[in-house]
Design a protein around this ligand. Sequence first.
Ligand code: NAD
Length: 433
Amino acid sequence: MEIAVVGTGYVGLVTGVSLSEIGHHVVCIDLNKDKVEKMRKGISPIYEPGLSELMIKNINAQRLSFTSDHRKGLQQADVIYIAVGTPENADGSAELSFVIEAAENIVACIERDVIVVTKSTVPVGTNDMIKDIIQSQLTSDLKVEVVSNPEFLKEGSAIHDSFHGDRIVIGADSEYAFNVIEKINQPFNVPIFKTDIKSAEMIKYASNAFLATKISFINEISNICELLGANIENVSTGMGLDQRIGSQFLKAGIGYGGSCFPKDTKALIQIAGNVAYEFELLKGVVNVNKKQQGLIIRKLTDCIPDISGKKIAVLGLSFKPNTDDLRESASILVTEELIKQGAEVVAYDPIAMDNAKTVLNSSIQYADSIEEAIENSDAALILTDWDEIKNVDLTVFNKMKNPLVIDGRNCFLVKDMETHGIEYRSIGRPAAV
Ligand code: NAD
């Protein structure tokens, strides 16, 4: 089986590398020539633990290659994965132009019967559309099947997730397609769930929407805890012990971000709206998240009403730890608001600062360490719970002008901050003053 992957972002690159690691021959195709040049040398364009090592190993074993030439990449392929982006349109719906272009690339280049496997997160009915595009433009009598195979990796642990995922979902409408895709995935040794194409497409959106709902739910509870004097950490632990609830995704914070939950929740609202169904619960989830993302600035201005000219340290920029991805990061929104209100921002992130420089206002200063960022600052905001930040020696905060820490990720125990004489505000817990 010759495999091609169209699009080498977080999903496409991890898919291509993981498939080559279990023994398949994989060619990864991307429009971005600079990226392809880098990847050919074994340099990963994204930060993902373990990815570069596996890239180099499989390039050297001649199982993995990269090209920006669609014809070269697609003509010998038996199975083609589509892993291009599906960003958000202005109305919240999923933008499908990259998927359509990928389908057109495929039909223009294939020379064998193929199975087209959609990894991208796409609205219900998109795989039918892909099949229609390909079949309507096909000038030969090649046979093309489509399969929905949504991706569930988590950035920051994507390689691990490929080999230890909870499930692989395969949506197909022929035994032949099920068998081929099941066989390709068997070496991962991850449970496989087979279903129809539309249900597979829906499983992805429903899963992300459910996880986002858990986050917004616990954030609402945390806000009520604060008003009543309860402690959200104790509440989450007590709730999570119930196996019907589970302990994951019950961590209060400053809202969900990243390249998936924000766009996928809004897309699902649109998908429902297209069939005249108002998804009221999910609308609430999205609104709660927006409100929660403003919480850090409100907590800061409760302590320092006018932040203009104040030196504010921002610790953590990526939307979560172990990734350099800044897409929809709450930290970016908070940083932009600090600048808007005239604060002097000094930021530190272990990995994402280079990306931040391309996204954020150039007036932001970047520090080489936590210590450098907080030195002489009026307040420190903790926005991403990197291990380096969680494990920092608390005496470091004595380097601030006045030790005031606003923690959007509940990284420290309130009593430890009290012991160190640090004024501390966190999420859903009593303050230390
Ligand atoms: P991305 O934006 O990081 O990467 C997309 C890549 O596709 C880019 O490198 C782009 O140059 C390339 N591309 C676009 N059109 C192309 C074409 N016609 N031919 C060749 N290359 C092309 O996207 P991503 O984060 O990897 O996400 C891809 C899809 O997977 C999205 O639908 C997303 O919702 C879904 N998904 C993402 C994650 C995640 O954590 N990032 C997890 C699960 C699912």
